[in-house]
Structures are given as C-alpha cells and as structure tokens.
Ligand binder design. Structure first.
Ligand code: DG2
Length: 257
C-alpha cells in the first residue's frame, strides 16, 4: 500500500492569541512563545524525518513566519512556498480586536461559542467605523485579491470554507494527488474548514473541533483511493501536551468571572 502524507499546522501563538483577542484578518505577529512553538514544530518534523516538496500558507505574518521557522529547522528553505488569502483566518468581523473572555462576560459564553465554533452563525460585520477597518481593507497585500465584490466584512466557518475550498481542491489537493509532499501552515478556523472536509464531519461535529497553536498534525492517504487511512487527524506531539493545548483553546471563550 503506497501512502501519501499531508501535514498541517496552525501558526505558533500570536501576540493577539496571548492577549486573548479575536484576531481574524488583523496581522498579529508571533509572540515569543509562538516562536518557540514554531521551532518545536520544526524539531518534531526533523526528528521524524518528514520532508516536503511544497508549502502553502496564508498572507498573514503569523503563518508565514511560522513556516519560515519550520523551513529553517528542517533545512527546507528552498522549497516553493505559495501564499493565498484563501488560507487566511476567518474574518472575525466586528469582534476583531475584542477580548474573548470579556466578550463572553458581556454577551454570554453560549453566544461566544456560537460565534467561535458554530458552522454557519457569522460574527457581526465589521463596519467602516471599526478601529481596524482601514488597516485591513486598504492593506496593500489585498490590492488585487480578493476582489472588492467578495472582500469579506465577516465570515462564519461556512463562508470561510467556501473561499478556502476552491484553493484546497484546485491547487493543494492536485499537488497531493501528484505525489507531492505538502505542508500547510494556516489558522485555527481555515484549518477547521479543511479538517471538516477531510474527516467528513457534520455541521454539529465540527463545533467540537479546536486546533492548538504550533502542533503539526497529519493525514496519511491511500494513493489509490486518496482516502485517509485513519479517519481523524493525528497530532505529531505528546498526547498530553496536545490535550492541554486543545483545552486551553476552548477556555479562551470562557468568561473570567
Ligand atoms: C484565532 C482563532 O485565529 O480564534 O482569529 O482569534 O488561528 O489566526 O490565531 P488564529 C482568531 P478562535 O476561533 O479559536 O477564537
């Protein structure tokens, strides 16, 4: 049985993750801990002797920098890297910049869970008076793409998946099918969309999926059927660390009081 491997990783902790702020399309940098997490991810891949032919990432610094750190550690600086806004984090709309725990205190934990984890409930839209509106809308990296007509002001997971999926199917999946060993460095929710598709999860099942920062996970695919050999993603890391990091992501949406 010939097996293909695809590895995905959510970027290391960002400055805004560490402050527990809704980030979305805000271009937060990696925090010092995030840099260490990215290094750790690199060392894990190195130890396992996992190699790649191509890498894909978003156009946001926290993902691009995580990928660069991993590339340096596994000695893969030369592989082609493709960046697309389609792998960006979900656009968190009006919530961008708000503290997740404070938002839970104000609107209730259930509401915040709906905004963070439901499949099709979008956050409220970002309006032109939002403190980060101009910074995101006029960012030169978005000059051509996405076109104005589809530039998001908010995204549910469903909307996120609808713009990630064409890139996944027409670009990334094609490379995997050809036998290319692919690494994807993206975000909590752009990856949840891909995970939903890969694992055939229902709209209800995806609510329970939380992806920790900086821990790579893989799917092994049967070359002939292109189906995953085991149905759920496998994290490349200590199961205890993975469990704790995943629980920490869930807790970010809990009220402090
Ligand atoms: C986080 C995910 O995105 O947040 O936008 O706040 O992966 O880029 O750090 P990332 C954000 P949650 O949906 O887990 O609250």
């Amino acid at each position: 049985q010939k097996v293909l491997r695809v590895v995905m990783v959510r970027h290391g902790e960002s400055e805004w993750n560490s402050k527990n702020l809704f980030t979305g399309w805000y271009d937060a940098e990696l925090s010092p801990k995030g840099i260490l997490e990215a290094e750790e991810a690199g060392y894990t891949l190195k130890k396992m002797k996992i190699c790649f032919d191509t890498a894909y990432t978003s156009v946001l610094a926290r993902a691009i920098d995580t990928l660069k750190i991993i590339q340096a550690i596994i000695n893969h600086r030369g592989i082609p890297v493709y960046k697309s806004w389609r792998l960006n984090e979900r656009h968190y709309g009006a919530l961008t910049g708000l503290n997740k725990a404070e938002t839970a205190e104000q609107y209730g934990e259930d509401k915040v869970k709906l905004w963070r984890r439901s499949y099709d409930v979008p956050p409220p839209a970002m309006t032109p008076d939002h403190p980060y509106y101009k910074r995101i809308v006029y960012d030169t990296r978005y000059k051509k793409d996405p076109p104005k007509e589809i530039f998001p002001m908010y995204e549910s997971l469903k909307l996120t998946l609808e713009r990630t999926l064409p890139y996944w199917e027409q670009t990334i999946w094609r490379q995997i099918r050809k036998g290319n060993r692919v690494l994807i460095v993206a975000h909590g929710n752009s990856l949840r969309g891909i995970v939903k598709k890969m694992e055939n999860l229902t709209d209800e099942e995806i609510v329970g999926v939380n992806i920790p920062t900086g821990i790579p996970f893989q799917y092994l695919l049967d070359l002939h059927t292109m189906k995953p050999i085991y149905p759920t993603r496998r994290y490349l890391g200590d199961p205890d660390v993975v469990r704790k990091a995943t629980e920490a992501v869930v807790s970010q949406g809990k009220a402090k009081k």
